[in-house]
Design a protein around this ligand. Structure first.
Ligand code: UT7
Length: 304
């Protein structure tokens, strides 16, 4: 059994911040940021918070009454909410009048959280039901703006998918290699800390190998995959993974230039963009993969 993505939506806050902004108070440059990461701009919230991003994303899903009635699981994935109780998923349930019988839960697995959320939903959803999986982040609210190593990389945004039960198999895999030193955020005493080069190496080696293993173990030919939809951390990571797999970059869509790294929101935002561009066809085979804090990684194979 598996899950199917029925609808996608996303929302980016209106304020666009380009790389030149950081030149005004950090020893950095547009040239350094764009050549090392592929990022040209990102979006930051102004006077709104994470729930505003989530609300606007769900409105953009344009759910019918029938879809609202069928939703029995709501999962919000985030690592930047300051709202612990009630959890964000419960607030979504109340705000949009979803059934009182929903599992409403928030999960935090850093940038890998959205892909892990797909697996979680697959374990809960029953035939005839729908589930809402939302990735939302306000990274601008936890960044240390005096640290050029991290401040220039991240952005805010939210993306969501409406999922339904499918008889076609979905396949998942994940891993954890605990390392607090490399990437951590200790709220509220310490800001976001990242040893970027270490994460970079982890992404191109561990993730590259786990994609290879995943495809081999599950007997999936890489040539048959229509899209490799990755967490958007650095365009160079994607280029290296694509090169090592010997797969054209056309199959590795990216929006990092415009959106930056939005952690657990990055995959659903990208997915919604390519869906709205009508690039996805019924039956397309998609490999989702994400990596980040933990260190963790997660992979999911679904058919569109
Ligand atoms: O979402 C999941 C978590 N995050 C990631 O996946 C991020 C993965 N890592 C990366 O994307 C890259 O490692 C970075 C973009 C973070 C850094 O690029 P890099 O090519 O690995 O640079 P580096 O960390 O090795 O630093 C090279 C130099 C250093 O200076 P020195 O020591 O050579 O003098 C840094 O201090 O670049 C310096 N540097 C900067 N210079 C200008 C670091 N940040 C900046 C900056 N502007 N913003």
């Amino acid at each position: 059994m598996g899950i199917r993505i029925k609808k996608t939506a996303s929302y980016l806050p209106k304020k666009v911040v380009d790389n030149f902004y950081f030149e005004t108070f950090l020893d950095t440059s547009d040239d350094w940021i764009s050549s090392r990461t592929g990022i040209k701009q990102r979006h930051f919230v102004e006077d709104s918070g994470i729930f505003d991003l989530i609300e606007k994303t769900i409105v953009n899903l344009n759910l019918s009454q029938e879809e609202i009635r069928r939703v029995k699981t709501i999962v919000v994935v985030t690592c930047t909410t300051s709202f612990a109780i009630p959890n964000l998923a419960s607030q979504v349930q109340e705000r949009f009048g979803f059934s009182k019988e929903t599992y409403s839960l928030d999960i935090n697995m850093g940038c890998s959280g959205f892909v892990a959320g797909l697996k979680l939903v697959e374990g809960i959803i029953k035939e005839g039901e729908c589930a809402l999986l939302i990735g939302a982040e306000v990274l601008s609210q936890i960044l240390d703006f005096s640290d050029r190593n991290t401040a220039v990389l991240f952005g805010d945004g939210a993306g969501a998918v409406l999922l339904e039960y499918s008889k076609k198999n979905s396949i998942f895999s994940s891993g954890t290699k605990r390392n607090k030193r490399v990437l951590s955020y200790d709220h509220p005493t310490k800001g976001l800390h990242m040893e970027g080069r270490e994460v970079y190496k982890f992404a191109v080696t561990t993730i590259g190998k786990s994609i290879d293993n995943f495809l081999k173990i599950n007997n999936i030919k890489k040539e048959d995959i229509n899209y490799f939809i990755s967490h958007q951390a650095n365009i160079r990571i994607l280029e290296t993974l694509a090169k090592n797999l010997n797969i054209s970059m056309d199959k590795f869509p990216s929006n990092i230039e415009r959106v930056g790294n939005t952690s657990s929101a990055s995959i659903p935002i990208l997915l919604d963009e390519i869906n709205r561009e009508s690039r996805l066809k019924h039956g397309d085979k998609i490999l989702f993969f994400a990596f980040g804090a933990g260190l963790t990684w997660a992979l999911a194979y679904l058919e569109w």
